[in-house]
Design a protein around this ligand. Structure first.
Ligand code: KG4
Ligand code: ZN
Length: 339
């Protein structure tokens, strides 16, 4: 079955075609970063309008590049939530109308579930069961994954998501939006580090929950102390990143130990962070576990993960009637299993 995937939950328009048994045939991502950059963050109304402009041409381009005619599609998948309501509604309306016109089924998928299963698009894909560290701009979760739709959330953030902590600290450092990649680049340029000891929040007590809001307050004070010295600022970026990476690694180690799982998946935008990947690779091998992650392009928002998850759910017979809705909030554990 050929499935068209549409992602519009935030500031990326993503489209892809996935063929069951054949893999990914084509994908494109249109990023709105340049449009939002002058505002220092995503402006929801601008995001919705831009999805309206870009989505239909992008679908045409991806179908052409995949060598697929619309009439041969077997289904359409789109992100139903969580995300920005207006942006979600654009993807949902276009995808559902497209499916209706072609008389094929449509399925609205969960954005975080799509991130979680994105490593399955890679040649070296993890087998079930595995532990997933989901780290994005809106979510930070440790999830025990027994199968598609069979999730147990072991821990999550009590306040800011880790991507949000990167973005806010980057802003304090005067870096442009999106802050995560900019902060990583600044940290890489540092020739020193280790001068400022950021806290490793909630690692001194049992449990698998996270809290990242204190780090930005700590960063604010440290940045004031560093003043305008560019070397001190780069060192601060590095010390901040080390604290985040080590905190995530401590919780992953704990969760692997508690569950006995031997496979660890990192997914979501922050999963593109090279320092995080390297650190977790070392930790996993120490624990006799294997680490899996999507290629950097599929860590951040994309249509490929939506098309793939849509195929999994459509092949399990899951799709909806003509009426549709979106879900700005949507608990991962409320999802149905699919095989
Ligand atoms: O998954 P994603 O594209 O969107 C959401 O579902 O939220 O994640 C975006 C988040 C942003 O906070 C961004 O700053 C962060 O991921 N991010 C990074 C890196 N690349 C993206 N954070 C740290 N290092 C990176 N290389
Ligand atoms: Zn995302």
């Amino acid at each position: 079955m050929l499935v068209l995937g549409v992602e519009t939950s935030c500031d990326e328009t993503g489209v892809a075609v996935y063929e069951g048994g054949g893999g990914l045939l084509g994908h494109r991502i249109y990023s709105q970063v340049a449009m939002h950059a002058p505002f220092g963050g995503v402006v929801p109304e601008l995001a919705s309008r831009d999805h309206v402009r870009k989505l239909t041409p992008l679908i045409r381009e991806v179908l052409a590049e995949s060598g697929v005619e619309a009439k041969n599609l077997g289904g359409v998948a789109y992100t139903r939530g969580p995300g920005l309501t207006g942006a979600l509604l654009v993807g949902a309306s276009v995808a559902r109308s497209f499916a209706w016109a072609l008389a094929i089924p449509a399925v609205g998928v969960h954005h975080m579930e799509a991130h979680l299963l994105a490593p399955m698009l890679e040649e070296r894909a993890p087998a079930f069961p595995f532990l997933a560290l989901l780290v994005s701009g809106g979510h930070t979760m440790l999830v025990e994954v027994a199968g598609v739709g069979r999730y147990r959330v072991l821990g999550e953030t009590l306040d800011d998501a880790v991507g949000e902590a990167f973005d806010k600290t980057a802003k304090l450092l005067g870096l442009p939006y999106p802050g995560g990649p900019a902060l990583e680049a600044l940290a890489r340029s540092a020739d020193t580090g280790g001068e400022v000891r950021f806290p490793r929040p909630m690692t001194d007590r049992p449990g698998l929950d996270f809290s990242f809001s204190g780090l930005k307050t700590f960063a604010l004070n440290a940045i004031h102390a560093a003043g305008d010295d560019p070397r001190a600022r780069a060192a601060l970026a590095r010390d901040f990143q080390e604290a985040v990476v080590e905190t995530l690694a401590i919780k992953c180690r704990r969760a692997l130990g508690a569950t006995g799982l031997k496979r660890l998946v990192i997914a979501g935008g922050v999963g593109a962070n090279v320092r995080l990947r390297d650190y977790l690779t070392g930790m996993a091998s120490e624990m006799g576990a294997e680490l899996f992650y999507p290629r950097p392009l599929f860590c951040t928002d994309n249509g490929a993960m939506v098309a793939y998850l849509g195929w999994l759910r459509l092949r399990a017979g899951q799709h909806e009637g003509v009426a549709f809705d979106v879900a700005a909030r949507w608990p991962l554990e409320s999802l149905p299993a699919a095989g």
